[in-house]
Design a protein around this ligand. Structure first.
Ligand code: ADP
Length: 621
């Protein structure tokens, strides 16, 4: 400013007091430019008007007011030159102010921004670029960007250039080099800036460091690939299921006011079935396809209910576990394969994404059909053995009855005949007859004792006294009868009151009782139409006893055998021995309990038996 003022003064003096004839006035332009370099708009205006004023003063002083001659024209040219210079300086200043503002903005952003000209030479380098690449602005500017950063583009550079020149923009991930030599992955956004005439001037490149994000993505991808390969190649069966619709259905149920979901599910098997249909199998592994005998995964994708038997009761329990927020449910259930065969499987279901995401429920399944078949065969053999042992015992018992009772019977006959002879004499000998009859009575007593002895042998106390879990025992029976139940479409429900005490006794013998009653119930239902429900109930019977009921919806007990139902050899079944109920009663009674049967008014029969739970403890003590 000061320099400008001094220069103006010098020009004025020279112009006014020398004979240079106004030519020196051109130097006023330098004054305006000097002020424009650092002054404000007002200073530029002031300098311009000042210089023009001084030019006029010098002119009038040297020439007067001559009219439009050559000197006057020179003066006008000088004035115009000063004015034009001032206007251009003002415009340049405005543009500089805009550029400075933009540069400040560029500095403010966290992104890396650098500008390269059309020769790839860096002309602007912001703080973000310093942080991202490690070079300071002064180090980077003037270098070719590709040399400095070793940029590796995702495709060929001609494709990138083509996009940049046709649309003015390009975005993509590039790999560049940091000052310390390591590679950084940068999400780059490039813009081609053109001048007013459309000529390409510079390329602005903004970038964000995504190295860490890409590393995390890669780790995630890696873990997903590992999981995928485990899922696909595992020898166990894996299922991925979408439970979203089931959970929405349950939420609706709750909105409708259902609070006790467990009770609701138990009372509405159709709802459980509906939920099964709403559960979608979204993916399975090869082991699953093999297990079910399908051709491809696509065969299995879709609603789950195709694979669960209609009589399944496990699914309701699983729904409950999941709905109550349990992330894991496991147990044993059945699946129907593509040939319509029934498989017994162990399953474990869990929520890998936590209890709020239901679209990726993972279920692992192990086929235990063969193991179960072997177990069943073993149990059947055991059961047959027990039956055979009983029949043998029965045979032995009969033989011993025959042998032990035969003697007194023969003696009774002999003494009876003798007494008849004494009485038939012309003069009956009453004394002899009485003696013979007394012997008859004595031998009859002996026979009765033999019978009593054999009976007490038959109903001897159970051999084992163990406390056992009735639910497990019933589950084992259900397993043995599974085939028959499925064949006759029998739905079993087990309702053991939580407060029911654990029974004690000979587990094998009592299992035979339950098995017998359940088998009879299934047979009684096999020939009736409609729903076939077998219910096994257990509840406390007073303080010291448990009451077990086996209820069916079958034919009911035929009236003609009702009175003798528990006697040996009473049967209405062709091929039946009629020994089952007799043995059941003697087993229950030998445990100190009672067994009886009633017909249900709505059809079907109920067999009830009690077992004292303390007697055995006393016996133990
Ligand atoms: P079996 O089964 O060899 O006939 P049981 O002693 O087990 O011998 O049964 C005797 C008879 O009792 C059966 O033949 C049948 O008529 C009748 N019975 C047993 N259980 C039931 C039942 N749940 N419903 C109707 N009748 C039954």
């Amino acid at each position: 400013m000061t320099a400008g003022g001094l220069l103006a003064l010098a020009v004025f003096l020279v112009d006014t007091f020398t004979q240079l004839q106004g030519a020196v006035a051109v130097v006023y332009l330098v004054v305006v430019l000097l002020v424009a370099a650092s002054g404000s708009r007002r200073a530029i205006g002031g300098a311009a008007f000042g210089c023009m004023g001084l030019t006029l003063v010098s002119f009038v002083r040297g020439h007067g007011w001559p009219g439009l001659d050559a000197a006057m024209l020179r003066c006008l040219v000088s004035l115009s030159a000063i004015a034009i210079t001032a206007v251009l300086s003002l415009r340049a200043r405005d543009r500089m102010a805009t550029i400075a503002g933009q540069a400040r903005l560029i500095e403010l952003t966290h992104d890396s921004i650098f500008v390269r000209d059309m020769d790839d030479v860096i002309v602007l380098w912001n703080t973000g670029a310093e942080q991202l690449y490690g070079w300071t602005a002064s180090e980077a500017m003037g270098h070719r960007a590709t040399d400095l950063l070793g940029t590796a583009l995702p495709g060929h550079h001609t494709c990138v250039d083509a996009a940049l020149f046709s649309t003015g923009r390009w975005e993509g991930e590039v790999t560049q080099r940091h000052r310390d030599g390591r590679l950084v992955i940068v999400a780059a956004r490039c813009a081609l800036l053109r001048d007013d005439r459309g000529k390409a001037r510079v390329i602005l490149e903004a970038g964000t460091d995504v190295t860490a994000r890409r590393a995390a993505d890669a780790a995630l991808g890696d873990s997903e690939r590992r999981y995928r390969s485990m899922f696909e190649k595992a020898r166990f069966s894996f299922w991925e299921e979408d439970w979203t619709r089931v959970m929405a259905r349950i939420a609706l149920l709750r909105e409708e006011g259902v609070t006790d979901l467990a009770a609701y599910l138990q009372a509405h098997p159709a709802f459980v079935r509906e939920c099964c249909g709403l559960t979608l199998v979204t993916d399975v592994n090869d082991a699953t396809v093999r297990m079910l005998g399908g051709h491809s995964r696509e065969d299995l994708v879709g609603p789950l209910d195709r694979f669960l038997p209609a009589t399944d009761t496990t699914f309701g329990r699983v729904i409950l576990t999941i709905a109550l927020g349990g992330g894991v449910a496991e147990g044993e259930t059945h699946l129907i394969n593509f040939k319509g065969e029934r498989l017994t499987v162990l399953f474990a279901l869990n929520m890998p994404l936590g209890p709020t995401r239901f679209d990726r429920v993972l279920v692992s399944v192990v086929d235990i059909t063969d193991r179960k078949r072997a177990e069943r065969a073993l149990m059947a053999v055991q059961s047959e053995l027990a039956q055979a042992a009983r029949i043998t015992a029965l045979g032995e018992m009969s033989a011993s009855i025959a042998h032990e009772v035969n003697q007194p019977l023969a003696a009774i006959v002999t003494h009876g005949e003798a007494s008849l002879r004494w009485l038939r004499r012309p003069t009956p000998d009453l004394q002899e007859a009485c003696d013979a009859i007394e012997r008859v009575v004595r031998d009859a007593r002996r026979a009765s004792e033999v019978v009593h002895r054999v009976r007490s042998l038959a109903s001897k106390e159970p051999r084992q006294h163990v406390r056992f879990d009735l639910a497990t025992l019933v589950a084992e029976c259900a397993l043995l009868l599974e085939g028959e139940m499925a064949q006759h479409h029998v739905m079993l429900s087990v309702d053991i009151a939580p407060e029911a005490p654990l029974p004690r006794g000979d587990r094998v013998q009592l299992q035979q009782v339950v098995l017998n009653l359940m088998a009879n119930a299934i047979r009684a239902m096999s020939c009736v139409p409609g729903a076939r429900a077998l219910v096994l109930r257990a509840l406390p019977d007073g303080e010291e006893s448990i009451l077990v009921e086996v209820e069916d919806s079958g034919t009911g007990i035929p009236e003609d055998i009702a009175v003798h139902l528990f006697d040996a050899f009473v049967t209405t079944r062709g091929g039946g021995m009629g020994m089952g109920l007799a043995i059941c009663r003697s087993t229950v009674e030998s445990h100190g309990g009672r067994l009886w049967a009633t017909n249900r008014p709505e059809g079907g029969a109920t067999f009830h038996f009690t077992l004292p739970v303390t007697v055995a403890e006393e016996a133990d003590a």
